[in-house]
Design a protein around this ligand. Structure first.
Ligand SMILES: Cc1ncc(COP(=O)(O)O)c(C=O)c1O
Length: 368
């Protein structure tokens, strides 16, 4: 990123001079690396945006037609549920949540039952819940949806970089990713994969630097969906981080991540007062660990962990109120510890020590 800002600094694709060309190479190299991590053979089908939220909005507004029916999991983030709420208002769409009422997991049967009733244009699924870590069985879901002509949108904000993803093999229609989470890029980068660009309307249009004589966006990829100046320094960072992740290998990253997750789950499961959400088997989830401690307010626990133990966690509804409804954690939400690439065993030990200490000191917690 420093190199881009200090030595390149030009707007890629708008000129023929050498710095513009170098800038373009940096971005295209990032695109190829990200495509590799997502299981996409043609990098031009990967489009860069500001974040996963923008990617999801662009797919939802660019694909769903007036009056159509959309199915969604109970784990959808507000970057899906809010556009869907507006689409209900503006385009009269119907939204139906599907999946197991306790675990939130969607099986092929849920999809068949929902699609046999009436056709659905799109099924939106979050690969792993950002409240309780639950991983959805994506290939089975996609196969079932496609049998009914229903396209699938996969939100990989919590999985890209930590779980193997095979967008093409799984036959995903649309996939959104966040650059700043497990892909370890800077804030301000994200994007989407689109299997068939002709099926998606370019909601954002403007200059692409090429094909300036057309009134409309060009049909070429990725230009069709990338108008305006990109966050090139950010994409230089994303390219570098994704290169490091590819070199280490997602399977190896997953193994380490799973071991640390297993340790936390085992400790929390065995501690009275701690209520854990999501699967207790680390193989069925990611290391987003949502929990509560007895009747204490999640916000109070969050402040306590920060101030007394130097542990920073997310607390509250975590931008996902459907999952809070599912887990019975409305209106206060959960305490959420998120394990990542740089989380070490000693970090996890400290988390376990702090949380079990708070739970054991009930009803007068150390942080009261
Ligand atoms: C499941 C899920 N989807 C979407 C998003 C939005 O991601 P971004 O911050 O990149 O817009 C998040 C962010 O936490 C998330 O957890």
């Amino acid at each position: 990123m420093e190199h881009f800002l200090a030595d390149i600094g030009s707007n890629p694709s708008y000129s023929q001079h050498r710095r513009a060309k170098i800038g373009e190479e940096v971005i295209e190299s990032a695109r190829s690396t990200v495509a590799g991590l997502l299981g996409v053979n043609d990098p031009s089908c990967v489009v860069f945006t500001l974040n996963a939220t923008e990617a999801l909005n662009r797919i939802l507004w660019g694909f769903i037609d007036r009056g159509n029916r959309v199915l969604a999991s109970n784990f959808e983030h507000s970057s899906v549920t809010r556009p869907l709420a507006y689409l209900k208002k503006r385009r009269g769409i119907k939204v139906e949540r599907i999946g197991d009422p306790t675990t939130g997991i969607i099986t092929a049967d849920h999809v068949h039952r929902a699609c046999e009733k009436k056709p659905a244009q799109l099924l939106a699924i979050t690969h792993a819940s950002n409240v309780c870590g639950t991983i959805q069985p994506v290939p089975d879901i996609v196969k079932a949806a496609h049998e009914h002509g229903c396209a699938v949108l996969l939100d990989t904000a919590q999985t890209a970089g930590v779980l193997p993803i095979e967008a093409e093999k799984w036959d995903i229609d649309f996939l959104a990713f966040s650059g700043h989470k497990h892909l370890l890029g800077p804030m301000g980068v994200g994007g989407f994969y689109v299997a068939d660009p002709n099926k998606l309307f370019p909601v954002v249009s403007g200059s692409t630097g090429y094909f300036d004589d057309c009134d409309e966006m060009p049909g070429t990829m990725p230009q069709r969906f990338e108008p305006g100046t990109p966050n090139a320094p950010g994409l230089a960072g994303l390219g570098a981080s994704c290169k490091a992740l590819s070199e280490k290998g997602i399977k190896n990253i997953r193994k380490e991540h799973q071991n640390l997750t297993r340790k936390v789950l085992k400790a929390f499961k065995g501690t009275p007062g701690i209520k854990l959400y999501g699967p207790t088997d680390a193989r069925k989830r990611v290391g987003v660990i949502g929990f509560n401690i007895d009747s204490l307010h999640p916000g109070d626990i969050g402040s306590c962990l920060d101030q007394k133990f130097d542990i920073m966690v997310r607390t509250g509804l975590c931008s996902c109120h459907w999952a809070n409804e599912l887990t019975g954690t409305m209106p206060d939400g959960v305490i959420r510890a998120s394990l990542g690439y740089f989380t070490k065993e000693e970090d996890v030990d400290l988390l376990i020590e702090a949380v079990t200490m708070i739970a054991q000191e009930l009803p007068e917690p150390v942080c009261a």
